[in-house]
Design a binder for this molecule. Structure first.
Ligand code: ADP
Ligand code: ZN
Length: 549
């Protein structure tokens, strides 16, 4: 797909420079554009900041007809349209919050033979609920004027993703009604199971998949202990590393946002808070001041984020524990979108975990989106707790490369020597020794089999270390012969070996989908029967590196 001999190549080059002001294409952009312009359905997995918008805006500009873009949030849409209009590209949107007469006018314009709109943005509920819109799209389609359908933030389709939106489930109707129109699905979050879900729900049976590494080489990652003087630490960090530069500080509660912002103002920073219970106008105002550099630091809950288009965010600081590795990766991804060096600092202490776990249980955590609140069912709760525990083990891991730990989560391999000391653990220059851990690996696999391949990695590790917590007792796993078999191992060793077994696909993390409407997921460890034989029979030894004190 990287060919420069397509009929549209010249036009692409010219418009990319002239209209979008880009000197060249970023990785995969040309390939994606060629694939979608050849009429294929395309699924794109690209980290935040990779440049997904260009892959449909440029084709929209040079194709006849209108490109339909489904995007989850009105604020995100408005931001996109503002950018398009600045580049003199005609675009509009429809949302349920608009006056009816205004909507009618836009729909009429779309019907007109002289319609100049190149892009029409809609929210998913519009597609799900507006017959008028579907009729108009049918009309466009029948005249050959519906050039492309774009599903932005496509992971929202999946109940397995961290940002499920029920209205996205209806989007399969688009492929059914408009089978000849190519669909382009874009996301920055996807594990294999999310991808499968998206492809199935949208009906993209033969789509071409582009998958880009989730590694963000220009971000450096640090985890720091959170103490009473956390705010001083934050102040020092910013003054030393990013004076007067722009950043986001993610806080757990609305009150924290306000307190942190106030303290930072006392320290002389231009900081402001942002959270879900503020007046929408105030929020919009703060976002605007921030994009114009009138405010340099935003202290926000996760409600602030999706669709932030500011390229020069130099730091993302987590004042408390993120809810999942996936969420953490995405929140950090808002830094350094221009490719310049940026910092991600996470302040961690165990009591934040307890507090967050309590909030999750009570269903009072502010979500980034419209996820159901106050109605978390038992399964969903288990998933949340599991996600949190993974976050805790990420924070407590003081030896392994942070990039490696994050990328494993997305099913990606990563060689830590490529980190080039851009994370706190790689900076430590630990000395490593090799150890044969075949026996321990066998015991872990045995434990997975003994418990019928129905438990999470966290649970298996707890049993192996000999924990007698409520969960272990409830399942009577304290009576297993291997309970406590790993109690003499150094901290993190068993986890390290288990992680290795997963990356080698000797064990597989399988997702267990539940039946409830919020479709929560828990992941359970299963044995890969093609591979465990060699380990158990002694054909395959496992030698791993461990840090020495
Ligand atoms: P994503 O949607 O993947 O998070 P965006 O489409 O918002 O990313 O692009 C991120 C930033 O990169 C934007 O500021 C955009 O203008 C810029 N960008 C995109 N493509 C290019 C390119 N080929 N050259 C330079 N800058 C680009
Ligand atoms: Zn590293």
């Amino acid at each position: 797909w990287s060919s420069t001999h397509f009929a549209w190549t010249k036009e692409l080059e010219v418009n990319n420079k002239r209209i979008f002001g880009n000197r060249s294409f970023r990785p995969n952009q040309r390939e994606i554009i060629n694939a979608t312009m050849s009429g294929n359905d395309v699924f794109v997995l690209m980290p935040t900041g990779g440049g997904k918008s260009l892959t449909y805006q440029l084709p929209a500009l040079i194709c006849n007809g209108v490109t339909l873009v489904v995007s989850p949030l009105v604020s995100l849409i408005q931001d996109q349209i503002m950018h398009l209009l600045q580049a003199s590209i005609s675009a509009t949107y429809l949302s349920a919050s608009m006056e009816w007469s205004q909507q009618q006018e836009i729909l009429r314009e779309l019907m007109s033979p002289t319609c100049t709109y190149k892009l029409l943005y809609v929210t998913p509920e519009k597609v799900a609920k507006s017959d008028a819109l579907l009729r108009q799209l049918e009309n466009l389609y029948s005249r050959g004027h519906l050039s492309r359908i774009v599903i932005d933030e496509a992971h929202c389709v999946s109940q397995w993703g961290h940002d499920f939106r029920p209205d996205y489930q209806h989007l399969g109707i688009l492929k059914q009604k408009f089978p000849q129109t190519p669909v382009l699905a874009l996301t920055a979050t996807a594990t294999a199971s999310v991808k499968e879900d998206v492809v199935q729900v949208l009906g993209l049976a033969n789509c071409i998949i582009f998958r880009q590494s989730f590694n963000r080489p220009n971000l450096r990652y640090l985890v720091q202990p959170k103490t009473k003087k956390c705010l001083e630490d934050i102040d020092n960090f910013i003054k030393e590393n990013h004076p007067k530069e722009c950043g986001i500080i993610y806080c757990l509660s609305r009150m924290d946002c306000e307190k942190v912002a106030e303290k930072l103002r006392e320290y002389g920073h231009k900081a402001s808070h942002y959270h879900g219970s503020m007046d929408p106008d105030d929020r919009a105002c703060i976002q605007k001041q921030w994009s114009k550099d009138k405010i340099s630091i935003i202290c926000a809950t996760v409600a602030f984020g999706m669709g932030i288009n500011k390229p020069d965010v130099r730091f993302v600081i987590h004042h408390s524990l993120p809810k999942s590795i996936e969420g953490y990766h995405q929140e950090c991804g808002r830094a350094g979108r221009d490719g310049q060096l940026s910092s991600c600092v996470l302040f961690y202490n165990y009591s934040d975990y307890i507090r967050l776990k309590h909030m999750v249980t009570q269903g009072v955590v502010e979500q980034g989106t419209s996820a159901p609140r106050g109605s978390l069912q038992e399964q969903a709760l288990e998933t949340h707790k599991e996600n949190l525990l993974r976050m805790v083990s990420y924070c407590e891991n003081d030896v392994d490369c942070r990039r490696l730990l994050q990328l494993i989560h997305f099913g990606e391999m990563f060689d830590p020597s490529c980190c080039a000391k851009t994370c706190d653990n790689c900076l430590k220059e630990l000395r490593w020794i090799e150890k044969d851990v075949t026996n321990i690996a066998r015991q872990l696999v045995d434990l997975v089999m003994m418990t019928k391949q129905t438990y999470s990695a966290t649970h298996i590790l707890e049993v192996y270390r000999g924990s007698v917590n409520q969960n272990v007792k409830k399942h009577r796993h304290d009576t297993l012969s291997l309970h406590g078999a790993g109690k003499n191992l150094a901290k993190g060793e068993a986890a390290r070996i288990l992680r290795h077994l997963v990356t080698e696909e000797i064990l597989i993390e399988d997702v267990k989908k539940s039946e409830n409407m919020y479709g929560s997921v828990t992941s359970v460890l299963k044995a890969n029967h093609k591979k465990i034989g060699d380990l158990l029979s002694g054909k395959h030894d496992i030698v791993l590196k461990f840090p020495t004190p």
